[in-house]
Structures are given as C-alpha cells and as structure tokens.
Design a protein around this ligand. Structure first.
Ligand code: G3P
Ligand code: CA
Length: 308
C-alpha cells in the first residue's frame, strides 16, 4: 500500500532530497536587529518590515534601563544608534543604557547606521512610535498583532546582552506574562555560558521550555568546549559564519550532538554576492541565518527549495 501511494507521486517528489537541516525543515530566516540593512536597527519599524518581507523570527538584543525595563539595543551605550550624545550632552560620555530611565530613552531619536535609512520605499510602519527605542513588551505586542493579521507565527529571538541573573529573570517574566511558555517560536540566546545555564535553571523552575542558544565567535571555541557538553544545557548554537572552524563538517558534528546551528551575520547587500553565500551555508545544513537583509535570505531559501 505504501509503495502504491508512493508511486502516485511525481518523479521529482520521490527523488528530491530533504533539507540537510537538523529537523529536515527549511532553515529559519532571522531578522538580525530587524531588517537592519534597510531601517534603523532595533526599532518597531525595522522589525515590522522584516515580518512583512516574510522573516520567520525577529531578533531583539536586550539591555535593562535604570528603572529595570528591557529595551532593544545592541550596544551597552546609546550614542551610536541614537542622538543621546547631543540630547544628553551634559552627561559627558556616560550614555550607558543602564543609567537612563525608560522615560528618558523614549525621548531619543534613532541614527541609522550603515545602509539603513529612516524610511523604506513603499513601506509605512503601523506602530504608533516606529522609530524609537522599543521595550520588549512593545516588540511582543507588535509580533502578536502581525501574527494575527498574517495568520502565521512570528518567532522571537531575544539576546541577553548583559550577563547575570537579573536580565535573565526579567526576560523570562516578560515572556511568561505575555503568554509564551516555550515553543518553536521563542529562542533565547547569549554569548555567556553561565547566562544560558541560568536561563535553563530558571525556566525549568517556572515550567517554561524555551529553546536556548549559546552564541560563539567561532565554531572552534564550541569544539573546544565539546559539543556534547554544550548540548547538555542548550538546544542550539549561534556561530559567527566568518569565525575559525565554520564548515560543513562542523554543522554535521553539531547536528550529531543534537544541536541546531544558526549563523551570524549575513550582511551582504548585493544579491549577486549575497545569494551564493546564503545558499552555501543552507546547502551545508545550517538551520537558521541571522540576516540584515531578510528579503535576500528568503530569495536564497526559495532558490534552494526549488532544488528539493
Ligand atoms: O545574536 C546573534 C548575533 O546577533 C550576535 O551578534 O553582536 O549582532 O548581537 P550581535
Ligand atoms: Ca544579537
């Protein structure tokens, strides 16, 4: 009966290979700091554009303000991506996120970096304040609304940018309060081993089960720690695609140890060079790509899918 059913399939469907990812599904497209090649990083506008383009996940890096609010910001200080240095000139170089209240952070204007601009042709953000530093709660509200509009899950991929238990505790509280309990839709990441271990302990105590990802500047560092050891407290690794040791065989070893591999950062803006880069790593079995240009990552994934 199984043979008869199989013989009804078109020839290409019988022979096409599955994705070489750990679960056989297509690799995730993770919007790195939002669609940060086009709009200011870590803004609701940038996250929304990424979702409208079709990204699977949005990636907020997180810091705590002086009054204990989680805000999306890559750096520990505010002056690179906002006008904090001019608006708060009297602080004379002390523009740490941790020294600002949320009310103060909300007054800052964004400064687009790299190829990003303050607008993107044909796109009108729907959030009330699309171009200011958002809180994690505001990002979640946006994701929930876009999920409802588009009837598809939007993944959240927050990174704890401060090591230690305080940020981890706030992060789990905010997610739990928003109704997340642990699913394919949420990945928690950190470069700090103790922070990932701490997230694991705390989420278990709270009955949560988010996927935990240990970040590393190189594949070799993870090999030095032993992948089986990493797999004892994380479900995946996030690895610099240009770091030492990144290779097809590293991805295969990680999969054999039970780990997924997400690569960062795909930052090539020109399709002619970007698409082959994505396709190389997708062909190696990479399970997800952190991309500043999610539309290009999706184009590459569609091209790879046609081979399968
Ligand atoms: O989290 C993956 C990647 O974003 C790590 O690099 O410095 O952009 O947070 P960074
Ligand atoms: Ca990050």
């Amino acid at each position: 009966m199984a043979l008869a059913a199989a013989s009804c399939l078109p020839v290409h469907a019988q022979t096409r290979p599955a994705w070489p990812t750990r679960d056989g599904h297509a690799p995730l497209v993770i919007a790195h700091r939002g669609a940060s090649g086009y709009l200011p990083e870590h803004t609701l506008a940038g996250y929304e554009l990424a979702v409208r383009m079709g990204a699977d996940c949005i990636e907020p890096d997180l810091h705590l303000t002086r009054d204990g609010q989680l805000v999306a910001m890559h750096d520990a200080t505010l002056e690179r991506t906002t006008d904090a240095a001019t608006r708060f000139a009297a602080r004379n170089g002390g523009w740490r996120v941790a020294d600002f209240s949320l009310e103060e952070v909300r007054t800052l204007a964004m400064r687009p970096q790299g190829s990003a601009a303050l607008s993107f042709h044909g796109f009108k953000p729907s959030a009330a304040h699309p171009l200011r530093v958002p809180t994690l709660e505001e990002i979640i509200l946006l994701a929930r609304r876009l999920e409802a509009e588009g009837a598809r899950p939007i993944g959240l991929y927050p990174e704890a940018k401060q090591a230690g238990p305080r940020l981890a505790s706030h992060l789990l509280s905010v997610l739990a309060a928003a109704g997340y309990v642990g699913s394919d839709k949420v990945f928690l990441q950190s470069f700090d081993v103790d922070t990932v271990r701490n997230l694991r302990r705390r989420q278990q105590a709270l009955g949560l089960d988010f996927r935990l990802v240990l970040l590393s500047g190189s594949a070799n560092r993870l090999l030095g720690m032993e992948l089986a050891q990493v797999a004892s407290f994380a479900s995946g690794v996030g690895v610099n695609i240009r770091g030492e040791g990144m290779s097809r065989s590293f991805i295969e070893m990680a999969h054999a140890a039970g780990l997924t591999v997400h690569g960062y950062t795909f930052n090539e803006a020109r399709p002619a060079t970007a698409l082959p880069e994505y396709r190389k790593f997708m062909g190696w079995g990479m399970d997800g790509v952190f991309s500043n240009y999610p539309d290009l990552a999706l184009q590459a994934r569609a091209a790879e899918a046609r081979l399968r």
